[in-house]
Design a protein around this ligand. Structure first.
Ligand SMILES: [Zn+2]
Length: 182
C-alpha cells in the first residue's frame, strides 16, 4: 500500500496510539526530530451550535457545559514534540499570561484609583473596559495554546480515533513504519 501523503488528514485509532511503543521520533506537525517527550491530552473539537444572535452569556455558559459533558479525551504519554512546537506553545502561554495579569492589574488599578478619589471619574471607565477585554482575550489565546491546536489534531466525537489535520510526511511515514495506519 502506498504510504500516507502528508497533505491530507491522517486518522489513527486512539487505541493504537495509546499502546506502548507506538511513538514516532518526529513531531506530527513539523516532522522535526523530537526534542522533548511530554504527556499530552487531545480532546474532541467543541461543537458550535446556535447563531451569533443567540450567543448571550447564558447560552455560552450552557454550551460550555454541554461541550464539557460531551468531550472525550485521549491521553498520549511521552508524545514527541520538536523545538518549534514547544516554542509556539510557550509563546502563546506567555502572551495569555501577560494579557490576563495585565488586564486584571489595569482594571484593579482603575477601581482602586476610583475608591481613593471617592467620586465618579469618567476617564476610569476606559482602563476597566480595556482590562476586562484583555482578560477575555487571554482566554482565547490560552485556548489556542492547547495540545489540539499545537499538534493540529483532535479526537473524533465517538472518542475512537485521533485525527491529525496536517500531519508532516515524515511523521505519517514513521507511524506507518511502526505498523500504524497507511
Ligand atoms: Zn513540531
Amino acid at each position: 500500500m502506498a504510504p500516507h501523503r502528508g497533505d491530507e488528514p491522517l486518522v489513527v485509532p486512539a487505541s493504537w496510539l495509546t499502546t506502548e511503543g507506538h511513538r514516532p521520533r518526529h513531531c506530527a506537525r513539523h516532522g522535526a526530530p523530537a526534542s522533548s517527550w511530554q504527556d499530552v491530552t487531545l480532546v474532541t473539537r467543541p461543537t458550535t451550535k446556535g447563531t451569533p444572535a443567540q450567543a448571550g452569556a447564558v447560552s455560552i455558559a450552557a454550551r460550555v457545559a454541554e461541550n464539557a459533558q460531551n468531550q472525550r479525551g485521549v491521553s498520549l504519554a511521552g508524545w514527541p514534540l520538536c523545538q518549534a512546537c514547544l516554542a509556539h506553545r510557550s509563546r502563546l502561554r506567555g502572551t495569555a499570561r501577560i494579557l490576563l495579569f495585565g488586564g486584571l492589574g489595569l482594571a484593579v488599578a482603575a477601581v482602586v484609583t476610583f475608591l481613593v478619589l471617592g467620586e465618579p471619574q469618567p476617564l476610569l471607565g476606559l482602563p476597566i473596559v480595556l482590562g476586562v477585554a484583555a482578560v477575555i482575550c487571554s482566554g482565547f489565546v490560552f485556548g489556542s495554546s492547547g495540545w489540539n491546536a499545537v499538534l493540529s489534531a483532535e479526537v473524533t466525537p465517538d472518542g475512537q480515533w485521533v485525527r491529525f489535520a496536517q500531519p508532516h510526511p515524515a511523521f505519517s511515514a514513521e507511524l506507518a513504519a511502526l505498523g500504524g495506519p497507511r
